[in-house]
Write a protein that binds this ligand. Structure first.
Ligand SMILES: [Zn+2]
Length: 303
């Protein structure tokens, strides 16, 4: 899950989402929650982002398709209900869902991997994940330091465990996993190079770096080192190469605005946005530091 939405979103909406999220985490079913998920899952037209990378996801829940000579790689499957939308998008772009050979993910929360098991059955693809997130996925989201017990998904058997720094290879293409623990224990960024119009670009599928409401950064019994993990991960994330900035939620990198620019014939590809990436990391790190400070202060005042 994410909480912080960046550009194009009013403060009021962020507050609404936070409130809905907290209620949901507490096991209550707020009226607006389903509406929020429905809106996040609304179909959008699939399109080529750059080189061999395509957008096959929804309005806010992202899903990426990478085409290689020996088949397709799918990054994130979103919700169970997203499956038919993603498969239709793959087809609309002229590919076959049964050519998806590998499914990877950014992190094991329900809004990014709940569709994994069904997608695996429908495509025959193998699931790759980091060890800590594989454990969460195999439990249907019920394990990990902060499970969303209201959002159990179909447990999925992970076929291959990916280590930090490992390359996933298919048909001459390779993408590297960078484990950035914090949002989940096995939270992962992906980097690879694409070629477009004779130029090479570094693509970064950034991880979610938000702190979910209710997560204890101070005195966390389930994961005492969670705050230190975030600090290390921000440092590591900043060092990654990023020309083309992508992320698990489209609000993180303004997919809608960039799509509009692309459709209106922008001279340079709007998804080439290293500045947007730096801003994203800055905003997420500021939000993390603020939350940590707030928790430390309330601990000191004996609350
Ligand atoms: Zn998440």
């Amino acid at each position: 899950m994410k909480l912080v939405r960046l550009r194009n979103v009013s403060v009021a909406l962020v507050l609404l989402i936070s409130t809905l999220f907290v209620l949901s985490a507490l096991g209550q079913k707020p009226d607006g929650w389903q509406k929020y998920l429905d809106e996040s899952n609304r179909p959008v037209k699939p399109f080529k982002i750059i080189g061999n990378v395509y957008y096959v996801g929804m309005n806010d829940l992202a899903s990426y398709l990478i085409a290689t000579k020996e088949g397709l790689i799918l990054v994130d499957t979103a919700l169970e209900e997203s499956g038919p939308i993603i498969r239709k998008n793959i087809q609309e772009l002229g590919f076959k869902a049964t050519d998806v050979k590998i499914i990877v993910s950014g992190h094991a929360h329900f809004d990014h991997v709940a569709g994994h098991q069904t997608m695996k059955e429908q495509t025959g693809a193998k699931i790759y994940a980091t060890a800590p997130d594989a454990m969460i996925m195999q439990s249907g989201g019920m394990k990990g330091f902060f499970p969303f017990t209201d959002h159990k998904y179909r447990p999925v058997m992970v076929d291959k465990i990916i280590a930090d720094g490992e390359w996933v290879k298919l048909g001459g293409f390779a993408m590297q996993a960078h484990m950035l623990p914090g949002h989940t224990e096995g939270n992962t960024a992906w980097t690879f190079t694409v070629e477009d119009s004779g130029q090479k670009y570094g693509v970064l599928i950034a991880p979610s770096m938000s702190v979910n409401p209710g997560v204890k950064l101070v005195n966390n019994r389930e994961w005492p080192g969670v705050a230190d993990a975030y600090v290390d991960s921000f440092k590591k994330l900043r060092a990654l190469k990023c020309d083309v900035f992508l992320a698990p939620h489209t609000g993180f990198f303004d997919l809608a605005g960039k799509m509009e620019k692309l459709n209106s014939g922008a001279k340079s590809n709007p998804f080439i946005d290293p500045e947007g990436f730096r801003k994203y990391v800055d905003e997420m790190e500021r939000a993390f530091n603020d939350e940590r400070k707030k928790q430390l202060l309330s601990q000191k005042s004996g609350e």
